[in-house]
Unconditional design. Sequence first.
Length: 286
Amino acid sequence: MSMQGIWLPIITPFKYGKVDFASYQAMIEYYIKKGISGIIPLGTTGESPALSEEEMQEIIEKTIEYVQKRVPIYVGAGGNNTSKVVKQVQLLEKYDIEGVLSVSPYYNRPSQEGIYQHFKAIAEATSLNIIVYNIPYRTGRNIENQTIHRLAELKNIVALKDACGDIKQTMALLMERPADLAILTGEDILFYMTTVLGGDGGILASAHLKTETFIEIYTNIQNNNQALALENWKKVYPIIPLLFEEPNPAPIKYWLSARKLIDTCEVRLPLTDISDQLRAKLNKVE
């Protein structure tokens, strides 16, 4: 079955410098009850670059324990050293997870052929499903649509998290989409538009807030009720820019802690707490 709906790239709550598993368990319960389609730990929203190997392992184990097979789990596992990512993904096979979310190699800026060979090497080395993550403003390299079509031919590449930042590229992909490849937006502000154009939903950090509204928008569109979807979209649209006004996930953590969904809004360096000005704006969000 194609991936669809609202997927949560879940934050990692911290308390006194350690992962706060009590808050983490409470969050998983809360979001599964809200109706999300799946959970993705260890993405950038989960502050994966600031976690130790031991913490990552424990987060995966606890996610599986808390989720109890109620929704699929995809684990963030990417990098710019292909052989290292291959080993990392193979180690994840021992866990009861659906697959991995793997970002395009960053910093070393490979060619399109390099990007293709990187993902091909991962796909051939594992039986896990793979979501390819295209986010050029973080990686320094765009995955072009031609490359996405080639990657879609690999049997266990099942989805694209599209944050290409170019609406024309996204539209062109949706107009001539690869068979058997789910297209999930990772560009929260484009969620409504890409879903109306035939996208399969989103992997949305913003869905930590107003979760039901995001799910309703997706459902409305699937039921061909665009007018109601647009009304709902107008409720969440103004909030999204606030959540990315300062580095993600600090604004989301502040909002969650202010509403007692997690104990603290602690982030790890190099991220810092949000400004007083942004706190004041977020305090007005219902």
